[in-house]
Design a protein around this ligand. Structure first.
Ligand SMILES: Nc1nc2c(c(=O)[nH]1)N[C@H]1C(S)=C(S)[C@@H](COP(=O)(O)OP(=O)(O)OC[C@H]3O[C@@H](n4cnc5c(=O)[nH]c(N)nc54)[C@H](O)[C@@H]3O)O[C@H]1N2
Ligand SMILES: Nc1nc2c(c(=O)[nH]1)N[C@H]1C(S)=C(S)[C@@H](COP(=O)(O)OP(=O)(O)OC[C@H]3O[C@@H](n4cnc5c(=O)[nH]c(N)nc54)[C@H](O)[C@@H]3O)O[C@H]1N2
Ligand code: SF4
Ligand SMILES: [Mo]
Length: 752
């Protein structure tokens, strides 16, 4: 591959322009060649765009943006090219097993044989070594009904809390950030805030490539209202910064100091909102113990803009300007994603963003909100809300809380004491336990860990050692190499279920076509598997996903996640509803925690805002110091390697890689390197460049571009021929247990 900088810029501009293509993007035929349009949600990102799937005969032939959903009919390129993904010859359509162990070939077998072959090792492991010898590893791309069901089967059926999934690699720090600051997970704002904000603070999010349709809305807001300011804080000068009034580039990991310095400026320049925080905020130290505003102020004395400038590389004047813009705008909206979450101090970074809003009162008004962007289409609805992680239970409950366990046991009709009081294994610990033989059998659903876990050379040992039952749709998935039993899952519009996106919005994807070949909906697979694994079928008396939704909706009633009013019938008619939504006539909630907006705040509550997640109704401002990343650059490994996404590929590219147009846009991984560094190392565009870390080394084609500052290199992780995750350590945040995919130290040299 040999891309010149000009060609690259041209290609990215074209991609960006294409992602703004609106209206119908038919994959085949015209509107009039379609028998019916079936309502759904895009398969890909947490933007959660509404789609209409055009069906002719028994085939899906087209997809277009739903004009009645928040995306107003627009789709990005990936979303508009979903049809060829369904019909790729790479689809898995039959169950498969490996009879002779991991090195034997996958053989096609009947459903009965595959289910029995997979269930036996789970039965045996649980009988021999106890419930903690089995596990479920799920996904923020699974449908809500699937995750809710799996969580129930494992936690109440197998009696193990070893239920985790890829949201641990993604949203765990945001979850813990909302929990520690506000007492409950999930944002208070919605996409409507974009149309009201006058300052956007985008930090650690490449919105233009990872949430293109939201980026379109932000860009439009700015174009229509020139007074709107956009601040982008990202070590890389990504496409997102092209609409920015101000781009702050810093050494990865140092943004904790940047955020504290912004708070310092806000207080010292008297731009804080004392009336707001005196009423709605508790100041707490790093351990969460009460402290005072005065202590907070003296803690911040250490974070002068000048000091922060030396650490971060952002000029002090820029830090001051960013703080002023944020504090003084009529409505400031923060948007962040993996640049903040995938860090050993990801939770702290989340808390520090919340701090800025709580200090200035930029919260609880249209346009003023800390709005964490969710990565996957159903990480919020499917995993966070249903509590399908090793420390959670449904609707904001915690495994460690006896009252919460008892509530779930009573609701599920299992004896008190069934749900284990000990948290299960988080993702990295789970794969370590599999390697040690402590977890002997794992059920993997809708995720591709052999490609996307950190420190792959180490963590794939878990997949080599444990029995792996897996649902998949595409032969391209790397994890299949380790699977002992493979269940062909119905894909996207071949089945039905609910997704919950960034803004607490639940929306239904209706079944548009029959599952291909012998594929089955995952809820069916999970129930058939569990019955054979010896789980009492009374736990899952459902005919279909709609029955599961009905149970889950009922369970939410009266909880802080109340969406009892969101029936399937409503979801069929309406294009998504935002919870809380306690009754069938409630329109859904735009501003959570706000009196007169959020139905869970009593109408006669004395205060306008009520953070009901915490007992005293107040939010926490934390004193969180700067702390360095796990593996900063040093003299032996002098560069920082960061990883992330490109607009046209979805994670491991098992889906986007099936579409020739998307594949051609990014045929292979590459390494972005600054022109200054390239010159010193005599690297030209397209030259083979080796990255060598403490784990492994690998050679990528070079892209010489000033997207990265000197000393920083970037690789996308979509390419299974160049698994960049082999280079990464697996250090995690000690509160959220989310890995630090954004920072490791590396050598960089031209391959002779
Ligand atoms: N096209 C596409 N879109 C997607 C996905 C996809 O695979 N492809 N995946 C979806 C998912 S699951 C997710 S989680 C989201 C992710 O969406 P994003 O988080 O927006 O995407 P990333 O490319 O992972 O990283 C975002 C930015 O973090 C910056 N960064 C690196 N280090 C630091 C740091 O120390 N501090 C700060 N502040 N920033 C830093 C990087 O330079 C990068 O620009 O995208 C979703 N959307
Ligand atoms: N280096 C690096 N690594 C990262 C990240 C990073 O920023 N940098 N980000 C992390 C983040 S935020 C995330 S979310 C993870 C994502 O990591 P993964 O979830 O492992 O990645 P995907 O490629 O989305 O895997 C989804 C799998 O499900 C399959 N699939 C698709 N549709 C269906 C379906 O309907 N049913 C079933 N059963 N299977 C289906 C796909 O073929 C694919 O194999 O990656 C993490 N890894
Ligand atoms: S922005 Fe996200 S949800 Fe919307 S069409 Fe693109 S990939 Fe799909
Ligand atoms: Mo993610």
């Amino acid at each position: 591959m040999n891309v010149s900088r000009r060609e690259f810029l041209k290609a990215s501009a074209a991609a960006a322009a294409l992602s703004m293509v609106g209206g119908p993007c038919l994959a085949a035929g015209k509107d009039d060649g379609v028998d019916k349009w079936v309502k759904g949600v895009c398969r890909y990102c947490g933007t959660g765009c509404g789609v209409l799937v055009g069906v002719r005969g028994d085939k899906a032939v087209a997809v277009k943006g739903d004009p009645n959903n928040h995306n107003a009919g627009f789709l990005c390129l990936k979303g508009s090219m979903l049809i060829p993904v369904i019909y790729t010859p790479d689809r898995i359509t039959e169950p498969m097993i490996r009879r002779g162990g991991k090195s034997s070939p996958l053989e096609k077998v009947s459903w009965d044989e595959a289910l029995e072959f997979a269930a036996k090792p789970f039965r045996d492991a649980a009988a021999a070594a106890g419930p903690s010898a089995v596990a479920y590893y799920g996904s923020g791309q699974a449908l809500t009904e699937e995750s809710y069901l799996a969580n129930k089967i494992w936690k109440a059926g197998f009696k193990t809390n070893n239920v985790d999934g890829n949201p641990r690699l993604c949203m765990a720090s945001a979850v813990a950030g909302y929990l520690t600051t506000f007492g409950k997970d999930e944002p208070m704002g919605t996409y409507d805030d974009i149309d009201a904000a006058t300052c956007f603070f985008i930090i650690g999010s490449n919105t233009s490539e990872a949430h293109p349709i939201l980026f379109r809305r932000i860009a439009q807001r700015k174009e229509n209202s020139p007074e709107v300011k956009v601040i982008v804080a990202d070590p890389r000068r990504t496409n997102t910064s092209r609409i920015a009034d101000m781009h702050m580039s810093f050494v990865p990991g140092t943004d904790l100091a940047l955020l504290n310095a912004m708070a310092h400026v806000i207080i010292n320049e008297e731009m804080d909102n004392q009336r707001f925080y005196n009423r709605y905020v508790n100041f707490v130290d790093n351990e969460g113990k009460p402290t005072t505003f005065e202590n907070y102020k003296s803690f911040l004395a250490d974070y002068t803009p000048e000091k922060a400038a030396r650490l971060t590389g952002v000029p002090a004047a820029d830090i001051v300007r960013a703080a002023k813009t944020f504090a003084e705008s009529s409505a400031s909206l923060s948007l962040w994603c993996m640049g903040i979450n995938q860090r050993v101090r990801g939770v702290w970074a989340n808390n520090l963003i919340h701090n800025l809003h709580l200090l200035t009162g930029q919260i609880g008004r249209p346009g003023a909100s800390p709005l964490s962007l969710t990565g996957q289409p159903n990480a919020c609805g499917g995993v966070r809300d249903t509590g399908s992680l090793s420390h959670l239970l449904p609707a904001g409950r915690m495994v460690a809380n006896e009252k919460h366990r008892n509530e779930m046991e009573d609701f599920w009709g299992v004896p008190r004491g069934t749900i284990q009081p000990k948290m299960g294994l988080h993702t990295v610990a789970l794969f370590e336990a599999m390697a040690k033989g402590d977890v002997k059998a794992v059920f993997i659903h809708c995720t591709n860990p052999a490609h996307t876990l950190p420190n792959l050379n180490k963590l794939t040992k878990g997949l080599e050692t444990a029995f792996v039952a897996q649902t998949e749709c595409f032969m391209d998935a790397e994890t299949l190499k380790y699977a002992d039993a493979v269940f062909p899952a119905a894909f996207w519009c071949e089945t039905d279920g609910v997704y919950g996106c960034t803004e607490r919005r639940y929306a239904l994807t209706e079944q548009a076509i029959k599952p291909m070949g012998n594929c089955r909906p995952a809820v069916q697979i999970l129930m058939d598997f569990a019955a054979r694994a010896g789980i009492d079928p009374k736990l899952f008396p459902y005919k279909n996903a709609a029955d599961i939704w009905e149970e889950w909706r009922t369970l939410s009633k009266g909880s802080p996640y109340d969406f009892f009013g969101i029936t399937r019938a409503r979801l069929k008619k309406e294009s998504g509803i935002k919870w809380p939504c306690p009754t069938e006539t409630h329109p859904g909630t735009r501003l959570r925690y706000v009196r007169g907006e959020d139905p869970l705040v009593p109408a006669d509550h004395p205060d306008r805002i009520f953070f009901y997640g915490r007992p005293d109704g107040k939010a926490n401002v934390f004193l969180r110091p700067y702390a360095p990343p796990f593996e900063p650059a040093d003299k032996d490994y002098p560069f920082v390697l960061t990883t992330g996404r490109v607009i046209d590929h979805w994670h491991s590219a098992t889906m986007t890689g099936q579409v020739p147009e998307l594949r051609k846009a990014y045929p292979s991984a590459f390494v972005e390197i600054n022109p200054e560094d390239a010159k010193k190392l005599r690297i030209n565009n397209g030259d083979p460049v080796t990255l060598e870390t403490r784990r492994d080394k690998m050679t990528f084609p070079a892209r010489v571009t000033d997207t990265c500052m000197p000393g920083l290199v970037f690789c996308p992780f979509f390419d299974k021929k160049l698994l960049v995750n082999k280079l990464f350590h697996d250090a995690v945040d000690n509160a959220s247990r989310e890995p630090e995919y954004k920072i490791c130290a590396t050598k960089v040299y031209k391959q002779a």
